[in-house]
Design a protein around this ligand. Structure first.
Ligand code: ATP
Ligand code: UDP
Ligand code: MG
Length: 455
């Protein structure tokens, strides 16, 4: 972390400082942060957060024994360690992260959207790493805790930062954007994700659009012409770059000469600074859209076409996101079990449709869809039917709608029964492609793990 003194911490968070004998708050330096008592480093500030299961204030004596330098807490604690007391340690954590970001010279890009954030983040980081030292969100740490934790990793050495921001309710993106202060911002797309928290598709567009409202006067907005909202407005001095898979005439970034192989994709990428041939070691048309977004983010902060070509050549599938698992020579599972909504489910079905052999969709339930649950599951089933899949096996409750509307489906309540049907199907066919997908709550990785053990 970019270091600061205990005194600065108290000022930044407007907290009350309780120091201890022999400690000078103007010289005590903090250069690391932890929110987890099981992981504390040198010169470390421990921030005590209240979660669903634990109140980290209960672990303060153990972190003091472990040698933390100071505490950021919501009440004074009887321990021998300097403390800054604030009303809300979560908000104070955000204030500290905003300060750290302001000290950094790094060019910062921020992205949100319903699907593909982590994929675009990985691609953008891969491109920018060709040019300089790049910090990027680890895994999926994209909420009001994860975003500050990411920014705390900034040091003066970083040239770029790529920050993923997620939301399941309004104002969440406004909050994290205000901390991240990106100079370029992207809403990757709008699908029916987390509808239960946003109320309606318009609510999703409004909430994601908060990232554009947080742009500086001369910032750059990257907009997906294929999935955007007329509600969004931009300032006169802001640059707005549009990308599209199909609307070439209106887009600043678009593809041509698309060639989709089983697990790789080739195409020509067109940008405002020229065009370049891309070989992407990932399947799926939706990943071409993700490349358009990542390239626009990277070019906006100085990447060249060569950086894009080289950075994307080495980008890798993210585990759980269309991640190929080879069961045997001609039998492959696309492990897409990380999460699902109707948009990402249909995108994945379209990838499966182009795979060889007997094609099976193994689907769990899609959660958090509120009143739209029925409609979304129906849409997915219809997409499986249109794609001409050979078999749909569903497990759970809502997913029964998927297998019914696919017209080639069978439904199971328990995964072990589904596996009893799936395993012989895989054995009976010489060439098989299987897509396994469902919401996080469906834990469809159980199916992938069982198949790995079996083959
Ligand atoms: P989360 O909200 O959980 O952080 P995310 O937005 O980071 O998700 P990824 O983890 O990149 O998204 O991908 C999640 C799922 O969406 C995967 O199944 C992936 O294959 C699919 N996906 C990725 N990009 C797109 C896209 N542009 N359009 C539709 N689906 C996509
Ligand atoms: N925590 C901790 N030590 C522990 C368990 C939890 O410091 O042994 C912290 C944890 O890192 C988090 C806070 O206590 O900052 C709340 O934990 P909880 O698991 O309830 O959080 P959740 O992730 O569920 O919101
Ligand atoms: Mg993500």
């Amino acid at each position: 972390m970019i270091p600061l003194t205990l005194n600065q911490l108290a000022n930044i968070t407007a907290g009350t400082l309780f120091s201890v004998d022999n400690i000078d708050a103007t010289t005590l330096v903090l250069s690391d942060v932890s929110t987890d008592s099981r992981r504390v480093g040198d010169n470390c500030l421990f921030i005590a957060l209240k979660g669903e299961r634990f109140d980290a204030h209960d672990f303060v004596s153990s972190v003091v024994d472990a040698g933390v330098a100071a505490l950021l807490v919501e009440r004074e604690l009887a321990v021998d360690c300097p403390q800054v007391i604030v009303k809300d340690s979560r908000l104070a954590m955000g204030q500290l992260a905003a300060w750290v970001r302001q000290q950094s010279q790094a060019k910062v890009v921020g992205l949100t959207g319903s699907s593909g954030k982590t994929s675009v983040k990985e691609m953008t980081a891969s491109i920018l790493s060709e040019r300089g030292k790049t910090l990027y969100t680890a895994g999926n740490l994209n909420n009001d805790i994860g975003v500050p934790l990411t920014l705390f990793r900034l040091t003066h050495e970083y040239d770029y930062a790529v920050i993923e921001m997620g939301a399941n309710h309004p104002h969440e993106i406004a909050y994290t954007t205000n901390i991240v202060k990106p100079q370029t911002a992207l809403v990757n797309n709008l699908f029916a994700a987390h509808l239960a928290g946003f109320g309606s598709p318009d609510g999703v567009a409004r909430a994601k659009g908060e990232i554009y409202q947080g742009l500086p006067d001369e910032g750059t907005a990257i907009v997906n012409l294929d999935s955007c909202s007329t509600q969004w407005a931009f300032q006169p001095r802001q640059t707005v770059w549009y990308y599209s898979l199909t609307a070439q005439a209106k887009a600043d970034f678009y593809p041509s000469n698309i060639q989709i192989k089983q697990l790789t994709t080739n195409f020509t990428l067109h940008t405002p600074v020229g065009h370049v041939a891309i070989t992407l070691p990932l399947p799926g048309v939706h990943n071409i859209a993700n490349v358009l977004a990542a390239s626009a983010l990277a070019i906006s902060v100085g990447a060249t076409l060569e950086d894009i070509r080289n950075g994307l050549a080495t980008t890798q599938a993210v585990p759980g996101r269309l991640y190929p698992v080879q069961l045997s020579e001609n039998k492959v599972v696309l492990d897409d079990t990380y999460n699902a909504n109707d948009g990402s489910m249909i995108a994945a079905i379209n990838v499966l449709a182009k795979m060889p052999g007997y094609r099976i969709l193994v689907s769990g339930d899609m959660g958090e869809l509120g009143d739209y649950a029925q409609e979304c599951h129906q849409r997915v089933g219809a997409a499986a039917k249109d794609a001409g899949l050979d078999k749909v096996l569903s497990v759970g409750t809502l997913s029964e709608i998927i297998s019914k509307s696919s017209e080639c489906g069978e439904h199971f309540t328990f995964k072990r029964d589904l596996l009893t049907r799936l395993i012989p199907l895989i054995q009976q066919n010489d060439v098989v492609s299987i897509l396994v997908k469902g919401s996080r709550s469906s834990a469809m990785e159980d199916v992938v793990n069982a198949l790995k053990e079996c083959f």
